[in-house]
Design a protein around this ligand. Structure first.
Ligand code: ARG
Length: 588
């Protein structure tokens, strides 16, 4: 398979070799999957772990092997010759350890420098995916949960896009539902000329929401009007549609401010979009015998879950679940997406579990979890304050995201000013660097944790220039750029004429780690875990530091090769930043 050979994925390339060897070693078990993993111990770079399980399959059945170590020996012997392997050995119960060839590794890195890092992108069999992320609710404030969804979803979308998957970045905003009755009615009341109302007149949309809710809860006449308004809106009455559109628009402008600062692009297809599809779908599901009556509502029972999925409420209205069923159907059949990824807090896990299972019952999705088309819920934990409780500010209950971003930027700017950058740089450079660092810090602090865990939001920690932070990593990258700059050499020229050699052990370790970029992105993307890429990036900076403190670059006999290694590190770091949605800086 040539595409595999050309990709940078070391693990897969080795797996191919071992696959051939396994077939040769035990022809009767030709379907054994090669188990190849990076070595943790110092016996080699990678290891094939098939011998033991293979032995258990063949022992007792006329075999010449005397035990797992002998199977390991044979696996080693039958490996097809390959330039990538320098040496092999068998350890313990048949582990086959592989030491990769330094020359081969160096050549691959140099090829990447010439052909570009996109040659190391993962290859997926699917063509199109939907990433449903951010998805705040209209007229309500975007909260830190939505911030997490925005940051995580953007990274996943970027990784898939890098892998040449066509990604539909969907903002499934909450723009439908009964709360709009009260909002519309309140708008009519406050602004008789509601057509002219803009965001300035309404001011804080969240306060507007609160006030209308209070009115709804305390005034029964208002409540009645609000309920009628819902019916008018859903019936498509122009005046109501217009008021609704206006409220959505004001909200959208608020959301866009956050997206713009974060550099995140989304395409809005809110709940309202799917509404027209619901009745037909429910009917289809009913005809298949999937929908049952229960306490006046219409529900789908899901095996193994004691509460049913309500698809039509007892008042005849639709809900979050009916909308999500319609959206899933649409994404599969109209968008033709093969992988549909939902990024929300873990609290919604059961909801998605039920929706996906209902879709499997309906035959929309295959029964297994491994096959495409596939739906995945990407859950994440809470953001905590220093008090260990849900992150809030004192003045208001929720934290305004723009304030958060402002604060991070202000702080990172202050740190730059303190380091004398206000005199050294233009105002524009100062602003851009402060933003890159401030927003990068927020993103990285979120992404570096396994998404399922809660994490504490702490400016001092995330903006620390030491430790596993965006600031540290951005500085590390800028330093590498300055090494190359100060060498006075034309790096583009060196890429063509120079030769990269991995002679010193620290050069080799860095080189190997660089080449593990491809399998890391593939793993992060396949398992939907951005923290895997963060960990890789942090380790990369550690390998670089070790190399740089033990190997002189500028002025040494190995200068050309080492500058190329610096450049390769910078290129890979930048790609990691890009995939994490962090803007690199070049000067510090
Ligand atoms: N609007 C929802 C919320 O704020 C998130 C929507 C997630 N996407 C979905 N298809 N249900 O919690």
């Amino acid at each position: 398979n040539t595409s595999e050979e050309n990709s940078g994925n070391l693990k897969k390339q080795l797996a191919k070799l071992f696959e051939a060897s396994l077939r040769e070693t035990v022809p009767s078990k030709h379907d054994v999957e090669p188990l190849v993993a990076a070595c943790t111990a110092k016996f080699g770079d990678y290891q094939c772990n098939n011998a033991m399980s293979l032995w258990s399959k063949i022992k007792g059945k006329n075999t010449d092997f005397k035990g797992p170590p002998a199977v390991g020996q044979a696996i080693m012997k039958n490996l097809p010759p390959s330039e990538m392997i320098e040496s092999c050995s068998v350890a313990g119960p048949g582990f086959v350890n592989v030491v990769l060839s330094k020359t081969w590794l160096a050549e691959k890195i140099q090829n990447m420098l010439v052909d570009g890092i996109d040659t190391w992108a993962p290859k997926f069999s699917i063509k199109r995916a939907v990433v449903d992320f951010s998805s705040p609710n209209i007229a309500k404030e975007m909260h830190v949960g939505h911030l997490r969804s925005t940051i995580i979803g953007d990274t996943l979308a970027r990784m898939l896009e890098f892998s040449k998957v066509d990604v539909l970045r969907r903002n499934h905003v909450g723009d439908w539902g009964t709360q709009f009755g009260m909002l519309i009615e309140f708008l009519f009341e406050k602004f008789p000329n509601f057509e002219d109302v803009n965001e300035r007149a309404i001011g804080d949309l969240q306060a507007f929401y609160k006030a209308s809710k209070q009115r709804f809860d305390t005034d029964s006449a208002f409540k009645e009007r609000a309920q009628k308004a819902v019916v008018c809106l859903q019936g498509g009455e122009p005046k109501y549609r217009q008021a609704w559109a206006q409220i959505c628009d004001i909200s959208r402008k608020e959301f866009d401010k956050v997206y713009q600062r974060l550099g995140v692009h989304l395409e809005e297809k809110g709940e309202s979009f799917y509404n027209p599809f619901i009745p037909g779908l429910i009917e289809g599901l009913s005809n298949k015998g999937l929908v049952q009556e229960s306490e006046g509502a219409r529900v789908i029972f899901i095996e193994g879950i004691n509460i049913p999925l309500i698809v039509v409420k007892s008042d005849g209205g639709y809900n979050y679940a009916s909308t999500d069923l319609a959206a899933l159907w649409y994404r599969l059949n109209e968008d033709k997406a093969e992988w549909i990824i939902y990024v929300t807090d873990v609290g919604q896990q059961q909801h998605f579990d039920m929706v996906f299972k209902a879709a499997k019952r309906a035959g929309w999705l295959p029964a297994g979890d491994c096959m495409f088309p596939k739906a995945s819920h990407v859950g994440f934990g809470l953001v905590l304050g220093d008090d260990g409780k849900r992150f809030r500010t004192r003045a208001t209950e929720v934290v305004r995201l723009v304030d958060l971003l402002d604060e991070a930027k202000t702080r990172s700017k202050a740190a730059l000013v303190e380091r004398g950058k206000a005199e050294e740089w233009t105002e524009e450079e100062l602003e851009q660097t402060a933003e890159a660092i401030g927003y990068g810090a927020i993103k990285y602090a979120d992404l570096k944790n396994n998404r399922l865990t809660n994490y504490t939001f702490n400016y001092d920690q995330m903006l620390n220039d030491k430790g596993n932070t965006a600031v540290y990593l951005l500085y590390a990258h800028a330093r590498i750029c300055s090494i190359i700059r100060k060498s006075g050499k034309d790096i583009e020229e060196l890429k063509k004429t120079g030769v990269l050699v991995l002679a010193h052990p620290d050069e080799r370790a860095l080189g190997l780690h660089l080449l593990q970029f491809a399998e890391t992105v593939e793993e992060a993307c396949t398992n939907l875990l951005p923290n895997v890429l963060c960990e890789y990036l942090y380790n990369l900076s550690e390998y670089f530091t070790k190399f740089y403190s033990n190997c002189q670059v500028v002025g040494s006999a190995e200068e050309t090769s080492r500058l190329l290694l610096c450049e390769a590190t910078a290129v890979v770091m930048r790609k990691c930043f890009f995939l994490l949605g962090i803007v690199p800086v070049y000067k510090i």
